[in-house]
Design a binder for this molecule. Structure first.
Ligand SMILES: [Zn+2]
Length: 415
């Protein structure tokens, strides 16, 4: 690799001396790290912060998992890469289309470009839903790329993942999809890959099951960050250039009695306007809703009769706990969203509130703990930790979690 690359309008260094690793610690509101540190459970992270940087960055909006993971791996928000939720809605057909297929991805990943230039790439994700998007454009027949999920680690093949017999190799069986072990699997695999596979670029993406259930400082949360700290220490020890960030934060969204704090916006709009004139879309909805019941802090609304858009906006503005209400144009411009996959209106709820569609559409039976969720502006502040000093980070400019690879690669090139 001789010259620098332009990837999605940003220039990346072609000079990678050691492995650059980005870890996306799903749902890691800053307080999780700080509380675990306070009780002495994260000695390695403490050391890293001391010698490096502990900054705060913004996530992409909506502050959901898929849009942010894809932002991190493309280095741009969803106005560029197109993935703005778990699915998008097509008013003309009434269809809701899952966006976990690469055909919906509008930008190459950073991995794809480096792979083409000869780099060695390793990608491990907790949930399988991200895997095909992350691995898009990689070839698995040259022994230079691998991409697999903890969730379907037993189904990985040389042909589709660049690796097989993952469980035997790692000495860990397939974890439960709703478990702390699903994330531990990712970290353990990352350490072993760093030792044996020695990639140029590695991405490790965990899952936020623990953060949806437990608040910062809770014993279970602390134990989770202590586990994470052990692996991070090993990666640091082996000389990896590390950037640790999160896809979004996580806030309590429940009432004192433990019931979820939610505005059922579809019900509300159906009471005020003709039924069928509005359609509330919650892009957090996906097959894994047990831990949040599809309740998040972001919604987009399609309005059948476009003459009513202003009236619907006006009505939503009367709802006290909805903080942001914008029409498509303003919303997409302000939050870098793709207009063709966004409704006529976007809205976001206040810090401790979520937005639902119709009450009867939400299965909350799996919510055994008070609701914790994300999606809005109050969960977009995320940690951005680097294991070396990076004077190149311009403190006068807004830092984003999707700057992670930019700085990880830059840091890996200057030794
Ligand atoms: Zn997430």
């Amino acid at each position: 690799m001789t010259s620098n690359f332009i990837i999605n309008n940003r220039e990346y260094s072609s000079n990678i001396e050691n492995t650059s690793v980005v870890i996306c610690l799903d749902g890691s509101q800053k307080e999780y790290l700080d509380e675990a540190s306070k009780v002495g459970l994260t000695p390695n992270l403490d050391k890293i912060i001391k010698k490096g940087e502990y900054l705060m960055a913004h996530s992409a909006i909506p502050s959901f998992t898929n849009p942010n993971n894809i932002s991190i791996v493309t280095g741009q928000p969803s106005s560029i890469h197109g993935i703005c939720g778990n699915f998008f809605y097509t008013p003309s057909t009434g269809k809701e289309v899952m966006m976990n297929d690469p055909q919906y991805l509008r930008a190459p990943t950073i991995f794809e470009k480096y792979y083409e230039a000869g780099a060695k790439i390793a990608l491990v994700t907790a949930k399988d839903k991200l895997r095909t998007l992350l691995g898009n454009g990689l070839k698995y027949n040259e022994d230079r790329a691998l991409c697999f999920s903890a969730e379907k680690s037993n189904q990985a093949t040389m042909e589709h993942n660049g690796i097989d017999n993952v469980n035997e190799w790692l000495g860990m069986s397939v974890p439960e999809v709703y478990s702390a072990e699903l994330s531990e699997f990712v970290m353990a695999a990352g350490v072993k890959l760093m030792k044996e596979y020695k990639p140029d670029i590695m991405y490790l993406s965990t899952t936020d099951y623990i953060q949806h259930k437990y608040e910062p400082g809770h014993d279970v949360a602390n134990k989770f960050y202590s586990m994470f700290d052990k692996y991070i220490g090993q990666l640091d020890e082996m000389g990896a250039m590390l950037v640790i960030t999160a896809d979004h934060g996580m806030k309590s969204k429940s009432q004192e009695d433990g019931s979820p704090n939610a505005i059922f916006l579809q019900d509300h709009l159906d009471d005020v306007f003709l039924k069928g004139n509005t359609k509330v879309i919650l892009p957090i909805t996906d097959p894994y809703v047990v831990h949040h019941g599809a309740l998040g802090s972001f919604a987009t609304i399609y309005v059948e009769n476009k003459n009513d858009v202003e009236a619907v906006i006006k009505e939503i503005k009367t709802i006290k706990e909805i903080e942001v209400v914008l029409n498509k144009k303003e919303g997409c411009k302000t939050y870098n969203l793709p207009e063709d996959r966004t409704g006529d209106i976007i809205c976001m709820s206040s810090e401790f509130m979520t937005i639902g569609s119709s009450r009867d559409k939400h299965d909350l039976s799996g919510l055994n703990e008070p609701l914790r969720s994300h999606g809005g502006l109050h969960e977009r502040e995320v940690p951005f930790i680097v294991n070396k000093k990076m004077s190149q980070i311009d403190s006068t400019k807004q830092l984003y979690n999707y700057d992670a690879f930019y700085y990880a690669i830059m840091g890996a090139g200057v030794n």
